[in-house]
Design a protein around this ligand. Structure first.
Ligand SMILES: Cc1ncc(COP(=O)(O)O)c(C=O)c1O
Length: 383
């Protein structure tokens, strides 16, 4: 089955239990399920935290888009990361993470996971030599590619290969690329993380996360803790996410087309000093991106030739492009990472990786690109 067909049909069959011929999965709000035998759930479900028919349909659908066997849905991207870390690591273990990560993931490692005696360090995994030395206690390599907010590209096949030689788990956050543009599991990663709040949901109206894997042992461990910790996706959010996923292919094509138009405009602007986008030939990771992605997506960041007050004037003068955190919705969103999504990362760590005050992150939506360019043009005039 091809991508768009899977996105629409996988995990769902007409009449999923309703007896009415529904062509979409109904929202199963029931928190518990009646059974005939005290020890055997008659219909396969017992309690919604443990398993729910609407969530299961989504889990199957997203797993199929990542060419995987197993999917688990959580109440947010960070809930999926937390459950995954707690399931696969224990006190004394060590994690190597990429140094350009969503600020919330860095905070999770620094303020929560490390309290359990799990140590971590951040490295620029886009550099060839970054894994020359691997500490003995290392159990996992965790990264985003493309990364947030600098759009760095990490060679999934190469890193997974090194990880396998050292018996380490490779975990890839595939939120920016989505399975439409990239399938890390096919390149050797052991598991994929998604914040489905972003492109997968696609409409900025539902929070969620996922752990996707082909590995039964990883699945069993994370599934056990999905139920034990309980940060599961609700039936209603599962429905909204499933509704979003059905148009992922058409949205991603439009997102990318608009990103390309916006970048052509920004490249001509005298106010812009640098654009970070893996589709550009002068991007450090362009060759690896071309090898491992089927497209470059619609997330980009750029640097303005101004100070922080000029950056604030720029974002404050946009009309259609909202100044807001998050990304991946149909509407374009812009932000200043150093003041917003990445503000929680200590300044010295943030600035070392390049997340400085001149950096602007843009999630290009699927409005008409002519309106987006007009909007950007006006606001750049105010810098
Ligand atoms: C790349 C990436 N991963 C994970 C997360 C966390 O997801 P959530 O906000 O759904 O918890 C985010 C949130 O912005 C993100 O951008």
């Amino acid at each position: 089955m091809e991508f768009s067909t899977k996105a629409i049909h996988e995990g769902e069959e007409p009449d999923t239990g309703s007896g009415n011929g529904d062509v979409i999965s109904p929202i199963h709000l029931s928190t518990t399920f009646a059974r005939k035998d005290p020890q055997i759930p008659t219909h396969g479900f017992e309690y919604t935290r443990t398993g729910n028919p609407t969530r299961l349909a989504l889990e199957k659908k997203l797993a199929s888009l990542e060419n995987a066997k197993y999917g688990l849905m959580f109440s947010s991207g960070l809930a999926s990361e937390t459950t995954m870390f707690l399931s696969l690591l224990q006190t004394g273990d060590h994690v190597i993470a990429s140094d350009d990560l969503y600020g919330g993931t860095e905070r999770l490692l620094r303020s929560v996971v490390s309290k359990l005696g799990i140590t971590y360090e951040m490295r620029d995994l886009s550099k060839e030599s970054s894994l020359d030395h691997i500490p003995e206690k290392t159990r996992m390599i965790y990264f985003e590619t493309p990364s947030n907010p600098l759009l760095r590209i990490i060679d999934i096949q190469k890193v997974s290969g090194i990880a396998r030689e050292h018996n380490l788990i490779t975990a890839v956050d595939n939120t920016f690329a989505t399975p439409y543009f990239q399938n890390p599991l096919d390149m050797g990663a052991d598991l994929v993380i998604h914040s489905t709040t972003k492109y997968i949901g696609g409409h900025s109206d539902t929070l969620g996360g996922a752990v996707i894997t082909k590995n039964k042992d990883i699945y069993d461990k994370v599934k056990f803790n999905q139920n034990s910790i309980g940060a599961v996706m609700s039936p209603f959010d599962s429905y909204l996410t499933m509704r979003g996923i059905k148009t992922l292919a058409v949205r991603m094509k439009e997102h990318e087309k608009n990103a390309s138009a916006v970048i052509s405009f920004l490249r001509e602007s005298s106010k812009v000093s640098k654009i970070h986008y893996p589709g550009l030939k002068d991007h450090d990771g362009h060759d690896v991106a071309r090898k491992q992605m089927r497209g470059y997506g619609a997330m980009l960041s750029f640097r303005l030739k101004t100070d922080i007050s000029g950056s604030k004037r720029f974002v404050g003068n946009l009309k259609y492009i909202s100044l807001a955190e998050s990304l991946g919705g149909v509407e374009s969103l812009i932000e200043i990472p150093s003041l917003m999504t990445h503000a929680g990362i200590p300044r010295e760590i943030r600035e070392k990786t390049g997340v400085t005050d001149d950096l602007i992150r843009l999630s290009v939506g699927i409005e008409d690109s002519r309106d987006l360019i007009q909007d950007l043009s006006y606001a750049l005039g105010k810098v």
